[in-house]
Design a protein around this ligand. Structure first.
Ligand code: COI
Length: 356
């Protein structure tokens, strides 16, 4: 019943865990951490090969207070999802892409990263070890969070002598409150997320804490999230705190081009390909805030967010509402195409899905 579902969700929130996925109110489940059974841990000494990884009970890590990740932010994270299909299969979406992006980020942060096959195999093992936490078909998904940390102790600024690759998982529902309801974005014209030559183009942990201040302030004013502008001209949109952005104008789709300041989203890349297959013209280019304000439709993409329509954008106290937001728009069409592949409802013609 509804009351039982709400009660069990409330208990899950208080206890920060759930004991069963039965009776969960998935529409309101949200995107939060719930403790699961197992996590994967693998270590590597600097300059040596990765040791054999292992599954351990999910729990706290032991780290030196002088671990490089704690002191100097030598850390990366990834995000991907496992879905249960209606015929009982378990599917991952493009996990090699996450492995490759971690290798790229590791190079930027002077860390060793696991080879692609080791990464993907570790993801598979972790998902299977936590199989009971994968939501039922068509409900939520199991969010998978790989981490790469400089876990060895340092004092002077230097790469860590030891690295830890960790994977944990959590069952999740929708990222934004209200499910796929259009979100309201605020353009920040003072704070920037990334600068040319910086680390905006890799998934380093350090890119995420600085957006909290602007995000909290925007949320306090009733917005869902913040849209960042480029740090040089304060004119071109880059991304939202946790996702990439697309605009639609006269049936043509545009998204900011990757210039090292924008996270190369795997959902972003997949949506570009799916949209082209639908016959849309898709451009990766500089997208100005004026382009956004003049668009017919705006939407965000990300692993956590999936594809989420934008209902309004506010910039300099000017607010634009998009009439095509939500049902019937391009975002809706692409959302369905993408999630049908991810959930095994549509044929995987592009070879994106990995079955466990
Ligand atoms: C994801 O979409 O998987 C991310 O890593 C974004 C994060 C801020 C939730």
């Amino acid at each position: 019943s509804k009351t039982r579902a709400i009660r069990s969700e409330a208990a899950a929130v208080t206890a920060n865990k759930i004991d069963t996925l039965d009776g969960v109110d998935w529409d309101n489940f949200g995107f939060g951490i719930r403790s699961t059974d197992s996590m994967y841990v693998m270590k590597c000494e600097r300059g040596e090969e990765w040791q054999k990884g292992e599954l351990r009970p999910y729990g706290n890590l032991e780290l030196s207070p002088s671990a490089a990740v704690l002191n100097y932010g030598q850390g990366l994270f990834e995000g991907l999802k496992a879905y249960r299909t209606s015929d009982g299969r378990i599917l991952l979406f493009r996990p090699e892409e996450n492995a490759l992006r971690m290798l790229d980020g590791a190079d930027r942060l002077s860390m060793p990263a696991p080879p692609v096959d080791v990464f993907v195999n570790a993801v598979k093992q972790t998902v299977l070890a936590n199989e009971r936490w994968i939501p039922p078909a068509g409900k939520g998904s199991l969010y998978i969070r790989p981490l790469l940390l400089g876990s060895g102790a340092v004092l002077g600024l230097a790469p860590a002598p030891e690295y830890s690759f960790i994977i944990y998982v959590s069952p999740v529902g929708n990222y934004f409150k209200g499910g796929l309801a259009p979100i309201d974005l605020k353009v920040d014209d003072y704070y920037h997320r990334a600068a040319p030559g910086g680390t905006g183009g890799v998934k380093t942990i350090g890119n995420y804490a600085p957006v909290l201040k602007t995000q909290l302030s925007a949320k306090g004013k009733g917005y869902s999230d913040v849209l960042y502008l480029d740090a040089v001209e304060n004119k071109y949109v880059e991304e939202v705190s946790s996702c990439n952005i697309f605009i639609v104008k006269d049936n043509k789709i545009s998204t900011p081009e990757l210039r090292g300041t924008i996270l190369p989203g795997i959902t972003r890349k997949s949506i570009i390909e799916l949209a082209r297959n639908f016959g849309y013209e898709v451009e990766e280019r500089l997208v100005s805030v004026d382009d956004v304000m003049g668009a017919d439709e705006v939407f965000c993409t990300g692993t956590a967010v999936v594809v989420n329509p934008v209902g309004s954008v506010t910039y300099d106290d000017k607010r634009v509402k998009y009439k095509n937001a939500g049902l019937g728009g391009v975002a809706q069409q692409l959302y369905t195409a993408l999630t049908d592949i991810q959930m095994g409802k549509a044929e995987d013609k592009l070879g994106w899905v990995v079955q466990l």
